[in-house]
Write a protein that binds this ligand. Structure first.
Ligand SMILES: *Cc1c(COP(=O)(O)O)cnc(C)c1O
Length: 801
């Protein structure tokens, strides 16, 4: 949109005056942020309304992306970028004596997700809007996000993430679009005079689902889509005193926290309530919207696509059946055909323990009508498939089995499409976790490799790099990320490679300043910034990275005279509050950091910075400064990964196992431009089949590895007597479930190669540039375009390749 500097400054000052009845000098950064937020919404006002009207007028097919997590990050900068107002606003504020960065940093980071899953959903919302797809998000408005992580004595401590304390300037509460969600009670089918059956309910626990909508602004295309987040409230009653405090709490609890502690059955039941809550409210609202504009439900699958992002929203399947059967009086056959045509499902994990199941007793008590429907889905599935596939396979794959409701199986059976998120992951789904269902429905399985939005992760996070890219190939890559490939022509342009080093250094200076202010550690900006940022999990193997740090530490102590490039090891990672082992690893990293960072013999040659409270905003600071991207999961365990893509696009070189999308990254950038190592997925499966992995063999065969492991228990690293022993035992007594010891040697070899290669900056930046140039294929725009064509069947703005 068009906006002059003078107009912006006038509008901003007027907004301040209206909101606060005072002038600029009397406002805080937070106040200024809120005023800017209001202004951005006003500037965008008609786009949001017009977009909805245009979709209605053309009766455009809508996509509804259901996800229990969304991790959008701060929206001020990205909204301004997408509206084309970023430069004007920055300039205008600066003329008013204000700093845009400071104001932007006052925006709270919505903690509505954990990690990769929620971030993917946010990237896809951004891409749907930018491609002009009628895409809607559907999720939960958690009052408290995940948690705020602080370290005390090196241990993770979880503080409440009160992100809504000052309200959310981007949201619109739409109480007129609220709906009722029912839990518990009794349900029976009463025969009606016309011969039909009517579902009768008694003693139900009713919850009012109130939607809060957030505009998702497309990139300079006048489109604004909607992310709808539901909040649980008391249903209206004549006299509110009717609700006991216990009832109020039970309702409040549903949307209070992202991950209720599910180590007990009460917590598990709450999680199930959350899942049904947003699934039901979402489907009710979709069908109501559809019903207002269509005669009957015939056209439903032509006009609506519902996407199930991981299994948490799977109850959309029986919920849609319920409404079609009970409210619209469809026959089972018609309802089932509509439902399966509407639904599609993305699987995100092959880890057996992460596949969701619910005890039937709990499920039945909480969702009696939905349970009846799942029983009927199960009965019909068994009846149809047993004659063809035999009783054993059907028993293994039916929605109900072993006293459990099996959500992934229900999702596959009730959808027309099932996708994995990287080629290897999809192959493993077919060969392993969902092998039996792949026999039944081979045509449903397909791959959609994850992607990231280059707008947030390059254009906004790394302006120095973006400007440098513009100077070489012009700005079309900002619309068409795949144009980045034309940068490959400069791989041997010494001057350009020098400029790349300069850009990297500029970003390192910014990160170094944060590390200094947050952790009090001085780091050299000519050091290798070796970065591992992701959730803390045994399979992601932060431990392998720890062993490399111990190796470097011992090498410096043993041979202080050797010269190698300095290293800064950067970690960011939250552990789930009840994940004891992951928390022990956090303590280990912090204890090691303490030792290394304060050893005068080590000096500035080696530093460890574990930055607390990793999230989207910290990612935006860390990623542009990274030289090395640690992607070192046990092969076969990481479905795709997306931080690998973000880091690649910012010119970090991957140090990676052949897992998830690492494989595709290595292929795209060229093997010579990455550092791959370790067991393949096939080799890991080989160990499983033969049962002949012996971690102790690796320990006994490698004196260096042995010495490193001993530092966990011999007092070399102070303060970890319990944690060090626990980790030591997990590797040697309990045989190293994630093959850390097996991969140690090849990992360290590549680390040594990195130290050598980094000293030749031209060689190093050549590799970095190969990564940047190849990153375009991982644009979320392309991923979402493939979803639209292959799964949702909706039009999108054409993208150049
Ligand atoms: C991208 C991202 C992730 C995913 O990281 P992986 O290394 O792919 O697991 C997690 N958290 C945040 C905040 C992210 O931005």
């Amino acid at each position: 949109m068009k906006l002059t500097l003078a107009q912006f400054k006038r509008d901003f000052l007027a907004e301040i005056k209206t909101l606060y009845a005072t002038d600029l000098s009397d406002t805080s950064s937070l106040g200024q942020f809120i005023a800017l937020g209001h202004l951005v919404r006003r500037y965008n006002g008609s786009h949001w309304q017009d977009t909805a009207e245009r979709y209605r007028k053309h009766d455009q097919k809508q996509v509804y992306y259901f996800s229990i997590e969304f991790l959008p990050g701060r929206l001020l900068s990205s909204n301004l970028l997408n509206l084309g107002l970023l430069d004007t606003v920055r300039q205008g504020l600066s003329e008013l004596g204000l700093d845009f960065k400071t104001i932007s940093a006052a925006e709270p980071d919505p903690g509505l997700g954990n990690g990769g899953l929620g971030r993917l959903a946010a990237c896809y919302m951004d891409s749907m809007a930018s491609l002009g797809i009628a895409g809607n998000g559907n999720g939960i408005r958690y009052r408290y996000g995940l948690f705020k992580q602080v370290f005390m004595d090196g241990y993770q401590v979880e503080l409440p993430d009160d992100w809504l304390r000052n309200g959310n300037v981007w949201e619109v509460r739409r109480e007129n679009k609220a709906c009722l969600v029912r839990f518990g009670g009794n349900v029976w089918m009463a025969p009606q005079p016309d011969g039909s059956l009517k579902a009768m309910y008694e003693h139900t626990d009713d919850v009012l689902a109130v939607p809060y909508d957030i505009g998702m602004i497309g990139y300079q295309n006048d489109v604004t889509n909607t992310l709808r987040l539901w909040s649980a409230e008391l249903p209206p009653s004549a006299d509110n005193s009717y609700y006991s405090q216990a009832q109020r709490d039970r309702i409040d609890d549903i949307t209070k926290v992202l991950y209720p502690d599910d180590s007990n059955s009460e917590g598990q039941a709450l999680r199930l309530r959350q899942e049904y809550f947003f699934s039901s409210a979402g489907v009710q609202s979709i069908l109501r919207h559809f019903g207002l504009r269509h005669q009957g439900m015939k056209e439903l699958a032509k006009k609506v696509a519902i996407h199930i992002n991981d299994t948490h929203p799977t109850l959309v399947i029986p919920e849609m059946m319920r409404i079609l059967l009970d409210d619209h009086h469809c026959s089972w056959e018609v309802a089932w055909e509509l439902t399966t045509k509407v639904m599609s499902y993305t699987n995100h994990t092959i880890m057996q323990e992460a596949l969701e199941t619910w005890p039937i007793d709990m499920f039945k008590g909480l969702l009696p009508r939905i349970y009846q429907i799942v029983v009927e889905i199960d009965r019909r599935y068994r009846a149809a498939k047993t004659p063809v596939f035999g009783e054993d396979l059907v028993n293994r794959t039916a929605p109900l089995g072993n006293g459990q409701v099996r959500m992934a199986f229900l999702a596959v059976i009730g959808s027309h499409s099932v996708n994995g998120v990287a080629p290897l992951h999809t192959e493993l789904l077919k060969a392993d976790v969902l092998r039996d269902l792949y026999q039944v429905y081979p045509e449903r399985f397909n791959n959609k490799t994850n992607g990231i939005t280059m707008r947030r992760w390059v254009q906004l996070a790394n302006e120095p790099l973006s400007t440098l890219i513009d100077s070489k190939i012009g700005p079309t890559w900002r619309q068409q990320p795949n144009q980045l490939k034309t940068l490959a022509a400069y791989q041997n342009d010494a001057k350009f490679l020098k400029q790349l080093t300069a850009v990297k250094t500029e970003n390192k200076v910014a990160l170094a300043a944060y590390i200094k202010s947050e952790l009090g550690i001085d780091v050299r900006t000519d050091a290798i910034f070796d970065v591992q940022i992701k959730r803390l999990h045994a399979y992601k193997r932060q431990l392998l990275h720890v062993f490399e740090i111990i190796r470097e530490y011992l090498a410096i102590k043993d041979h202080p005279e050797t010269v190698e490039p300095a290293r800064v090891h950067v970690f960011g990672a939250k552990a789930a509050p009840s994940y004891h082992y992951a928390k022990s690893i956090i303590k280990l990293i912090n204890a090691l950091a303490d030792l290394v960072n304060h050893d005068p013999k080590v000096g500035d040659r080696l530093k460890v910075a574990f930055i607390p409270n990793y999230g989207v905003s910290l990612g935006e600071l860390i990623i542009p400064a990274a030289d090395v991207s640690e992607q070192i999961s046990t092969a076969s365990k990481e479905a795709s990964g997306t931080s690998n893509m973000k880091l690649m696009a910012n010119g970090a070189v991957s140090l990676a196992t052949l897992d998830g999308a690492n494989i595709d990254i290595i292929e795209a950038a060229g093997e010579g431009n990455e550092y791959s190592f370790g067991l393949t997925a096939k080799a890991v499966y080989g160990y499983y089949e033969r049962g002949d992995y012996h971690a102790a063999d690796f320990y006994n065969a490698d004196p260096e590895l042995k010495r490193i492991l001993e530092t966990l228990v011999d007092g070399t690293i102070p303060g970890i007597s319990t944690e060090g022993r626990e980790i030591y035992d997990s590797l040697l007594r309990y045989n190293d479930e994630y093959f850390v010891l097996a991969d140690y040697e090849s990992y360290v070899q590549q680390q040594q190669q990195i130290s050598e290669d980094f000293q030749d900056q031209q060689l190093w930046q050549h590799k970095a540039l190969a990564n940047i140039a190849a990153a375009g294929i991982f644009s979320a725009d392309l991923a979402v375009a493939r979803y639209s064509e292959d799964i949702w069947q909706v039009p999108h703005a054409k993208l150049l390749n």
